[in-house]
Design a protein around this ligand. Structure first.
Ligand code: NAD
Length: 147
């Protein structure tokens, strides 16, 4: 059940990201209610994380509650770009918040596996780039962690 939900979320998140050009041209006319929105935390606020935070924040059925980066300048830039409520330096703040449905992991590569495993352990859906398995030895650990 959890796996199937995660798969459904990833399918949906992929569709959201690939639908961006469409969404920019024709925003949906109906904003989703607070209970229908996917609450997202974005971890890592370089170019990729900030770009994804902005994309998610533009979707009518998603809201970026957190952006996270130890770099104060980057996290503040991302907070503004995504109109996020919280800018934090420690990703555990996001994992501890039960209102967050999903996390986007856009840190440098070596943080992908630990961040994704920690997120999965707290029941979050995870969106992470293929660099998750850049270090092949981490593949089995990620699999055992339910990713
Ligand atoms: N740049 C792209 O177009 C692109 C496209 C696809 C995938 N990616 C992937 O996305 C990831 C990020 O790419 P980028 O270009 O933004 O890299 P980047 O190095 O510019 O940004 C990474 C950010 O992660 C932050 N970070 C590091 N450790 C962290 C931690 N423990 N918690 C929170 N934040 C942490 C860093 O401070 C930095 O701001 C990489 O894995 C990259 O392969 C990037």
């Amino acid at each position: 059940m959890v796996n199937s939900n995660r798969r459904r979320f990833l399918k949906r998140a992929g569709a959201l990201v690939s639908a961006v050009p469409l969404a920019c041209g024709a925003r949906a006319s109906r904003a989703a209610g607070a209970n229908e929105r996917i609450v997202v935390g974005v971890i890592g606020c370089g170019g990729r994380g900030t770009g994804l935070a902005k994309i998610f924040s533009q979707q009518p059925d998603a809201e970026v509650a957190y952006v996270c980066d130890p770099d104060q300048r980057r996290v503040e830039r991302a907070r503004q770009a995504a109109s996020a409520t919280h800018a934090v330096a420690d990703m555990r703040r996001i994992f501890d918040d039960k209102s967050v449905d999903a996390v986007v992991i856009a840190t440098c590569d070596h943080w992908h596996t630990p961040a994704a495993l920690l997120a999965a352990q707290t029941g979050k859906h995870v969106y992470v780039g293929k660099a998750l398995l850049a270090q092949c030895a981490r593949g089995p650990a990620a699999g055992r962690g339910g990713l």
